[in-house]
Design a protein around this ligand. Structure first.
Ligand code: KIV
Ligand code: ZN
Length: 388
């Protein structure tokens, strides 16, 4: 495995994200989103699952034809027809990858695939080698890796590497792992699998217990150099690790996490907004980094602090992630200072006495009305002849 400190961002917004409820996108939306994701600076863009439908095949192929910058990956099960479809779809790409997966936990082998461990090993060896005959860059994922017998997982990794895998992705498919366990799994694999130093290790985390991002960071600290993530954290069930959160953690906590990456931070918020326009839901208001409230201050004490010095309550500037909107939210918890500040921004400089009058009217209004807009504030001014 590479000993460098560069973290590869593998975006799966258009694959794991798009396959989840409410996230379906049309061909043109996918294509536009792919360009936006490329502009974000991701290293690998997983464009879809070509065998899943003709539409998916076409989207992956169009993205492979027109998006430049990231490596374009296509997903397939460890089956000949999937691999052939994936290979054909990414063929026009400047840089391509085939991503193959096969479940390896005993539960999945018995209940879902109805094959033995030995059959799984043979299938991995054969299908990774087949994919390699089409594409030099092969990622293999043992699905449900975190619930796979740890010794069997070592064998799976070894076989995939021998067959030609260049990236080994060990997904926490059901979002079950604790950060410490996830990191330990990678340390063990790094220690025990022959040839591991020649491949990139990758993390792919789901958020069923709200740990996807923490697990991804734990993986990086355990030597993983690729993280799979999605804008706004979309993905199966509770979603994938949120790209913007991982990027922000690596930026804000650079003091502890000495890793490089190529994400263009100021493009995060616009990318999140664009995705929200294409799918059926936006980021939750309290979602870290890209939620509407991520940089909003409503309480008087916080507003006073932020106006005096943003560092009092902000660990990263809104502008650093491309958010340029209002962040002092006026409401019943706001103080005089915040009202005065907003009035100043709206072009009204008032005396202390005048502010006192308007503030009284403001608090009365805020008790009746949940959201106070600029026009409400301006109306308060107009109804008071003493102030300009
Ligand atoms: O969650 C998962 O295991 C996956 C694989 C296909 C990588 O999405
Ligand atoms: Zn997944």
């Amino acid at each position: 495995m590479s000993s460098n400190n560069r973290v590869i961002f593998f975006d799966t917004t258009l694959r794991d994200g798009e396959q989840s409820p409410g996230c379906t996108m049309h061909h043109d939306e996918k294509l536009r989103m792919a360009h936006t994701i490329a502009d974000l600076g991701v290293d690998v863009l997983e464009a879809g699952f070509p065998i899943a439908s003709h539409g998916d095949f076409d989207s992956v192929q169009s993205i492979a034809r027109s998006v430049r910058g990231p490596r374009i990956a296509a997903l397939g099960r460890a089956k000949r027809e999937d691999i052939e479809a994936a290979a054909k779809a990414v063929e026009p790409a400047e840089k391509s990858r085939i991503h193959i997966f096969l479940s390896t936990s005993d539960l999945h082998l018995a209940a879902k695939l109805r094959i033995t461990r030995e059959q799984a090993i043979d299938q991995i060896a054969e299908m990774v080698a087949l994919a390699k005959s089409y594409c030099a860059d092969i990622e293999f994922s043992p699905e449900d890796a975190t619930r796979t017998d740890p010794d069997f997982l070592l064998k799976v990794c070894e076989v995939a590497i021998q067959a030609g895998a260049t990236t080994l992705n060990l997904p926490d498919t059901v979002g079950y792992c604790l950060p410490e366990e996830y990191g330990a799994m990678f340390r063990r694999v790094r220690e025990k699998v022959p040839g591991i130093e020649n491949v990139v290790l990758s993390a792919h985390c789901h958020d069923d217990l709200g740990l996807a991002v923490a697990n991804s960071i734990a993986a990086i600290e355990a030597g993983v150099r690729q993280v799979e993530c999605a804008i706004n954290g979309i993905g199966e069930r509770a979603g994938n690790a949120a790209l913007e959160e991982i990027a922000a953690i690596l930026m804000v906590r650079k003091d502890k996490l000495h890793y490089e990456n190529s994400i263009v931070m100021e493009k995060l918020f616009p990318a999140s907004q664009e995705l929200s326009r294409y799918i059926s839901f936006g980021a939750a208001p309290n979602k870290a980094i890209v939620g509407a409230n991520a940089f909003a201050h409503a309480s008087g004490i916080h507003q006073h602090g932020v106006l005096a010095n943003p560092l009092t309550y902000e660990i990263l500037t809104p502008a650093s992630v491309g958010y340029n909107g209002q962040h002092i939210v006026l409401g019943k918890h706001s103080g005089r200072r915040a009202l005065e500040h907003r009035l100043g921004e709206l072009g009204h400089k008032l005396s202390k006495e005048e502010i006192g009058v308007v503030y009284e009217r403001f608090t009365a209004l805020a008790d009746r009305k949940k959201d106070i807009y600029d026009q409400d504030i301006l109306a308060l001014l107009k109804s008071e002849p003493a102030v300009a």
